[in-house]
Design a protein around this ligand. Structure first.
Ligand SMILES: Nc1ncnc2c1ncn2[C@@H]1O[C@H](COP(=O)(O)OP(=O)(O)OP(=O)(O)O)[C@@H](O)[C@H]1O
Ligand SMILES: [Mg+2]
Length: 324
């Protein structure tokens, strides 16, 4: 069996009264993107800072490629690169100067450092901006430069702490592309995020944490199916039909029906774990609505979203936006 990239055992970090990380057990396989998903204050940054040796655990153990983060911190540091919510690049210098300087600090000679910088700037679409001071960069450009800086030396483990928070959809997509390229080159990526969609798209496994504890772990598909086979989403033509539709759906699906904020929308989670049963129930439900003369504009059966997964696991939404 391959050695995991990261192994956490009963990891603890306490700040005064706050147990920021509260007995976290985790195993991150090498060679893929591993997502750590959790709301504000869940303990994501605290956990990854311990993994990157920037913060000393108060209890438990963490190893990176078999090396203990406390006793063998140097060995860990030589293999890990962290791109933080707190960035590493110098605002006053240009993008190219930053990368060349960091490459020189890593021990590369000047021509090699220049070449590597030019290569990364090109790969990350920053060639045109290479000669500009970083303080003139947009958020997306800045984030790409941060990631470029952290893979100058092709780390075995790249830790990305909320790499797309605050970015527009286009910049977010660019960062996702970069992450895929990095992984294709053999680097293990540990990525924290508050975005369920991001974890779903990028990660082959996801840990859901809340209040410093692991509340679920698995592939995106496993997490979704642990909540139920699927969700039925219905949009009616007329809001006035909703009470009747709610009653008919609850009967046909034998499941509680959730009334969405949108006055024509209803959702129901189908509890049975088998896809064919869910499909049969869903089509029976649709027939009941049609039979009662209720006009349905949209009807779909899908896997629950990770938002629904989060709500089911924690009894609260993952994000402020989801709550709103
Ligand atoms: N240096 C510190 N001193 C005191 N409390 C801290 C410190 N760092 C973190 N905390 C607390 O620990 C908890 C976990 O914080 P952490 O930053 O790890 O969460 P997070 O999951 O990264 O959140 P976010 O998504 O907002 O970045 C929070 O309650 C936070 O206020
Ligand atoms: Mg954080």
């Amino acid at each position: 069996m391959n050695e995991p990239a990261i192994r956490l055992s009963k990891l603890v970090k306490v700040f005064g009264e706050t147990r920021a990380v509260d007995g976290l057990d985790l195993e991150v396989p090498a060679g893929a993107v591993y997502g750590v998903l959790g709301p504000n204050g869940a303990g994501k940054t605290t956990a990854v800072r311990m993994i990157a040796t920037l913060l000393r655990p108060d209890g438990g153990e963490a190893t990176v490629f078999g090396h203990d983060v406390v006793r063998e911190a140097d060995a860990v540091r030589s293999r890990v690169s962290l791109t933080g919510q707190y960035a590493s690049v110098d605002e006053e210098m240009t993008g190219a100067e930053n990368l060349i300087l960091l490459s020189r600090l890593l021990g590369h000679r000047k021509p090699a450092a220049r070449d590597r910088a030019a290569e990364l700037l090109e790969a990350f679409g920053l060639t045109d901006a290479a000669g500009r001071q970083v303080k003139t960069y947009s958020g997306g450009m800045r984030r790409r430069l941060d990631i470029a800086a952290s893979i100058l030396s092709t780390p075995d483990l790249l830790v990305l702490d909320e790499p797309t928070t605050g970015l527009d959809p286009r910049s977010r997509n660019q960062v996702w592309d970069i992450v895929r390229v990095v992984v294709a080159h053999g680097t293990t990526v540990l990525l924290t995020t508050q975005y369920l969609e991001e974890a779903d798209r990028l990660a082959s496994r996801i840990a859901v944490i809340d209040h410093g504890r692991l509340i679920a772990e698995g592939t995106p598909g496993e997490l979704k199916s642990s909540v139920g086979a699927g969700s039925v989403h219905v949009r009616l033509r007329e809001a006035a039909d909703r009470p009747e539709a709610e009653r008919l759906l609850a009967e046909a699906l034998d499941a509680p029906v959730h009334l969405e904020a949108d006055p024509v929308a209803l959702t129901a989670r189908i509890g049975d774990g088998r896809d064919e049963v869910a499909a049969a129930q869903a089509s029976a439900a649709l027939a009941r609505l049609a039979g009662a003369g209720i006009v349905v504009d949209d009807f779909s059966l899908g896997q629950p979203s990770l938002d629904e997964v989060f709500l089911a696991l924690t009894d609260h939404p993952a994000t402020e936006e989801a709550a709103a």
